[in-house]
Design a protein around this ligand. Structure first.
Ligand code: AMP
Ligand code: MG
Length: 420
């Protein structure tokens, strides 16, 4: 006997906890560093070299002994020139200096590099006119890191600096957590792929846009999307399409989870050996979201309305994908926002409201982007964030403080450069 919907009805936090507990962290693979951006490192990256490898000049100028410039001006004999890329030649003795370029090895005996602006730039003899650089401008060998130590640790998320570091230590490949292959299944007799727009123009069908938004969201979360097509609203078609998910690490379906329709999707899944963990969450939009397992493959059943699909992806699927690909921080971070208008609630469940964020007097102010109908994708396209009105919060007047989940990198960018 299938459990009643009541038994399945969960709060968002409980449902999310079950999803992240129900998906595994994936195993590891080796990838070339040029494809490693955003991946999570699985084993330490050890350096075979000291960094820097030699004491080197931080300035263009003259390598010399600080004891020779305690009184300035001081005139020293120039015994050579060391270019970046050349080996250290000889040593600097008392009363001597060598011309040196940034990055070039500092010769033995020298403990300072005086910048060229503080000298007369002489070739045979140099007059040093200031001594603010005494004992300065020498970068010591190994001051960044030592040979045989690890410079990156498991769990590090590889960004530009990390990949630059890997190149610095000669690592052409690294071991990272595998990116999940995410099968995306649409379902509904009314749907066609974007390529069959003539049927849409003829007024017979709608584009299965969820397959497209999900492909982008999965990529954005670090998964590899695999579109397994559109199942018709029949058991046979769903069964056929589910086979195409074999080999995927995660199955995401959209549609066919609303009351009435869920029955056949659940029947097919259960007949194929699936366990259903939950169906329905106390949230809007997106309440008929489902989670289960088909053999070893976790399944997240997103509702079909385009905004419900995207909101439930943000709340459940993105954290699942991030956990699978090795992140420790897999939940969406939230920001504090001030309500720019009153928000009313339609039921005692968590509300996720599409809002535009503006910065006013140093605070983020949230305004709704328009219709909050779960089919209106334009108001999602205009949104910077999902304002969260948690279950149990009954009053959301203008000026109240709430939290929101950013949807884009708008908060990371500005049309002015505000550094004071
Ligand atoms: P369902 O959950 O199957 O009842 O679908 C709810 C609504 O979402 C219906 O209006 C469907 O036409 C629509 N819908 C379902 N799947 C998709 C999809 N892949 N792309 C766009 N709209 C969809
Ligand atoms: Mg449907």
């Amino acid at each position: 006997m299938p459990p009643t919907p009541e038994r399945y009805q969960l709060d968002v936090a409980e449902a999310l906890a079950r999803v992240v507990a129900g998906v595994p962290r994936l195993g590891t693979e080796r990838v070339g560093i040029s494809g490693a951006r955003g991946r999570v490192l699985a084993s330490p990256a050890r350096s075979p070299i000291d960094m820097p490898q030699w004491n080197n000049a931080a300035m263009d100028g003259y390598a010399l002994r600080a004891s020779d410039i305690t009184r300035v001006p001081a005139t020293l004999e120039v015994t050579g020139t060391i270019a970046a890329g050349s080996r250290a030649a000889g040593a600097v003795g008392p009363g001597e200096a060598m011309r040196i370029m940034t990055g070039a090895p500092v010769p033995d005996g020298a403990d300072s590099v005086v910048r060229v602006e503080d000298t007369d730039d002489g070739r045979e003899r140099v007059e040093v006119r200031g001594n603010r650089d005494a004992r300065r401008n020498v970068r010591l060998a190994g001051e960044d890191f030592r040979a045989n130590t690890s410079v990156l640790e498991p769990g590090d998320v590889l960004g530009a600096a990390h990949i630059g570091l890997l190149a610095t230590i000669g690592a052409a490949e690294v071991e990272v957590v595998r990116a999940p292959r995410v099968a995306i299944l649409s379902s509904g007799d009314e749907l066609v792929p974007p390529g069959q727009f003539d049927e849409v123009l003829a007024g017979r069908k709608i584009v299965a846009s969820n397959a497209v938004t999900l492909r982008e969201l999965v990529r954005d979360a670090g998964g590899e999307p695999v579109d397994i097509g559109i199942a018709a609203d029949t058991r046979e078609s769903v069964r056929e399409h589910l086979k195409r998910a074999s080999g995927a690490d995660l199955l995401i379906t959209s549609g066919a989870v609303s009351v009435g329709e869920f029955d056949y999707l659940r029947d097919v899944l259960v007949a194929e050996g699936a366990e259903i963990d939950f169906w329905r969450v106390r949230m809007r939009p997106g309440s008929p979201v489902a989670f289960g397992r088909l053999g070893a493959m976790p399944w997240i059943g997103l509702p079909g309305n385009p905004v419900s699909t995207m909101v439930t992806f943000e709340v459940f699927a993105r954290p699942a994908i991030r956990k699978m690909r090795g992140h420790d921080a897999f939940y969406p971070a939230t920001v504090e926002v001030v309500l720019g208008e009153a928000f009313d609630r339609t039921a005692d469940i968590a509300h996720f409201i599409r809002v535009k964020l503006t910065c006013e007097n140093g605070r983020l102010v949230a305004h709704r982007t328009g219709s909050q109908s779960s089919g209106v994708l334009t108001s999602m396209a205009r949104a910077d964030a999902l304002l969260v009105l948690p279950r149990g919060v009954h009053d959301a007047p203008a000026g109240a403080t709430m939290r929101a989940i950013p949807l884009n990198d708008r908060l990371a960018h500005s049309d002015t450069f505000d550094v004071g």
